[in-house]
Ligand binder design. Structure first.
Ligand SMILES: *Cc1c(COP(=O)(O)O)cnc(C)c1O
Length: 386
């Protein structure tokens, strides 16, 4: 085993997929988002998700698609970002579904003369102002062009710019999607998919949707918004929200969804050295930490080179079920934590997982949830187990 490593539990991944699929029978198709090296988990997880019932996946690039296809050739695979036309034959070989962001791209694809029977998904820009069509006549024309081409229009989709929690912009984006697709016969397009995991959990299925996409959830995070607390402030907030909800016809938010999802990724390391530090001595770069009493510390083989970030807002690690605070600066490859007298060199240290939740890690580091999984997963050796 390497000094620092990531463990990924494939049984958990499979069970997460099963639980999601079982929870939302109103959707025909689940598109598992595995961009960013499967949120840092690596494509070694793909078949666990496939076994769990997810049959459609989406990546961001041809490189990711190639890594995915090394693991699985049966699943459908959408590339969310437009594939460069000069690599279209590669995309055909990988049997990718292509996203079509605008008319210029569609024309270039048609001009390529590639006769692989690609499945295409039209991307709609419903208010993000990133990829996607913004004009309903252009969307209709694109659908008509595809109709006469060797390709099939399999899907149409958008992506929400906001989380949709008590959020008039959520409703505006959905209305925009309906408007932009109003010249299409959506009932003839097999996959109509809106939004991401948070939209799936916090809202009822829009009547037009047949498929859904989710990322974070599959990796073990129940991102359902919490209900209001019972304190006076919370009750006032609930009453105010409810008033505005009615007044401005804002979609109601589903809260506290019961869905069992478990994180599959843990970050662990061994201890390099145990050391006694006397009261008044300094630890680490800048001598920024001063021991207020005699303490024992453990030197750990992990730093910002391992993707944990360099900020330390009260970070702790877990050793033998106890939480041990970081002392001194986090270095590139090492950091120190304060430990109990009975800690030994044989003890394993957990930096993510166990008692250290992703939410805690996010507060320690100032990093976002997906950003942490990417950093940790991509920068350490990964071991899969069942
Ligand atoms: C990343 C991404 C998702 C998944 O979002 P989560 O919040 O992780 O569920 C869905 N759709 C698109 C287009 C994305 O880029």
């Amino acid at each position: 085993m390497t000094d620092t490593y990531v463990e990924i539990d494939l049984k958990i991944m499979e069970q997460n997929a099963k639980n999601i699929v079982a929870k939302y029978p109103e959707y025909d198709t689940f598109i598992g988002i595995v961009k960013g090296d499967a949120y840092g988990h690596g494509y070694g997880i793909v078949n666990a998700l496939y076994k769990g019932g997810i049959r459609y996946f989406a990546v961001s690039s041809m490189e990711e698609a190639a890594a995915f296809r090394k693991e699985n050739t049966e699943a459908s695979l959408l590339c969310l970002e437009p594939v460069a036309i000069d690599r279209i034959d590669e995309a055909a070989e990988l049997d990718l579904t292509l996203a079509i962001p605008d008319t210029a791209y569609l024309n270039a694809l048609l001009d390529s003369g590639c006769d692989h029977p690609f499945k295409l998904h039209i991307q709609i820009d419903s208010g993000f102002n990133r990829l996607g069509f913004k004009d309903k006549q252009e969307i209709k024309n694109a659908a008509d062009l595809i109709e006469q081409s060797p390709y099939t229009l399999e899907g149409v989709y958008q992506h929400y710019a906001t989380a949709g929690i008590f959020d008039p912009y959520y409703d505006a984006q959905q209305a925009k999607f309906r408007e932009l697709t109003s010249l299409l016969d959506l009932s003839k397009i097999p996959l109509v998919h809106l939004g991401s995991g948070i939209a799936l959990m916090a809202h009822h299925k829009p009547d037009i949707a047949t498929a859904t996409r989710m990322g974070l959830m599959m990796y073990g995070y129940n991102i359902s918004p919490d209900s209001y607390g019972s304190g006076l402030k919370d009750r006032l907030r609930a009453a105010r929200d409810s008033y505005y909800q009615k007044k401005y016809h804002i979609s109601k938010v589903i809260r506290d969804v019961e869905l069992e999802l478990k994180p599959a990724m843990t970050l662990k390391c061994r201890i390099l050295q145990l050391k006694d530090v006397k009261k008044g001595e300094h630890i680490g770069y800048g001598a920024s930490y001063t021991a207020e009493e005699d303490i024992r510390i453990a030197v750990l083989p992990v730093g910002y080179n391992n993707g944990i970030g360099h900020h330390d807002h009260g970070r702790v690690v877990e050793i033998n079920g106890r939480l041990c605070p970081v002392v001194g600066e986090i270095g590139m490859n090492m950091l120190c934590v304060k430990v109990d007298r009975d800690t030994t060199l044989d003890d394993t240290v957990t930096l993510l997982g166990g008692k250290i939740t992703l939410g805690m890690f996010s507060r320690f580091s100032g990093m976002g949830l997906a950003e942490i999984m990417l950093g940790v997963g991509k920068n350490n050796p990964r071991y899969y187990y069942e």
